[in-house]
Design a binder for this molecule. Structure first.
Ligand code: GAR
Length: 200
């Protein structure tokens, strides 16, 4: 059984999509060992507890980035986590954390990276006037929204879209893509060649 740790900061819809996929065995032989939020107000915490998933709040305030990450890692280790999934976790990870979990931290981002990293990616893409955008699941390295790409999904921008309707369609794709990417990573049927994640 592989154990997932999920880090969130907000509503946690991607976390719930992973929980659904675990329950329905679309992510086989896995369980969610722990959800960690850096924000006490994160709606995702209550949603996790509603599913009887262990969930803790670790407030980052008043600590250095590494101090906070060490506290998070201690919880993840206590729960025997194999793979760390960032799901709307709005904090940069320290180099210390990245080294400790090298190639074992994965993130989802609502654009086709390397386009539109950072905050409000859907709005950035919409305002730029792209015809296609989407979402990306990638391994996490020390740069923001940057590591090797595991999977991407494309979403077309429709003429009558607003940022809200476009974001909602991207989110639906996120909820499909993230479980597929996590299932691949847990299966071990891939290798990393430089920036390339090659499925085997
Ligand atoms: C998602 O759209 C996710 O892709 C994005 O935050 C949202 C979290 O929603 N993440 C980033 O922008 C990371 N750079 P959720 O809490 O409902 O999963």
């Amino acid at each position: 059984m592989k154990r997932l740790g999920i880090l969130i900061s907000g509503r946690g819809s991607n976390m719930m999509a992973l929980a659904d996929a675990v329950r329905e065995r679309r992510i086989p032989q896995a369980e969610i060992a722990l959800v960690v939020s850096n924000a006490a107000t994160a709606a995702g915490i209550e949603r996790a507890r509603g599913r009887s998933i262990p969930a803790v709040v670790l407030d980052h305030r008043g600590k250095t980035r590494e101090e906070h990450d060490r506290a998070v890692a201690a919880e993840l280790e206590r729960c025997g986590v194999d793979l760390v999934c960032l799901a709307g976790y709005m904090r940069l990870l320290s180099p210390w954390f990245i080294r400790r979990y090298e190639h074992r931290v994965v993130n989802i981002h609502p654009s086709l990276l390397p386009a539109f990293p950072g905050l409000d990616a859907q709005k950035q893409a919409f305002d730029y006037g792209v015809k296609f955008t989407g979402c990306t699941v990638h391994l996490v390295d020390e740069e923001l929204d940057h590591g090797p790409i595991v999977k991407q999904a494309v979403v077309a921008v429709e003429p009558d879209d607003s940022v809200e309707t476009l974001s909602a369609r991207i989110l639906r794709e996120e909820h499909k893509l993230y479980p597929q990417a996590v299932a691949l990573l847990l299966s071990g049927r891939y290798r990393i060649e430089g920036r390339r994640v090659v499925e085997m």
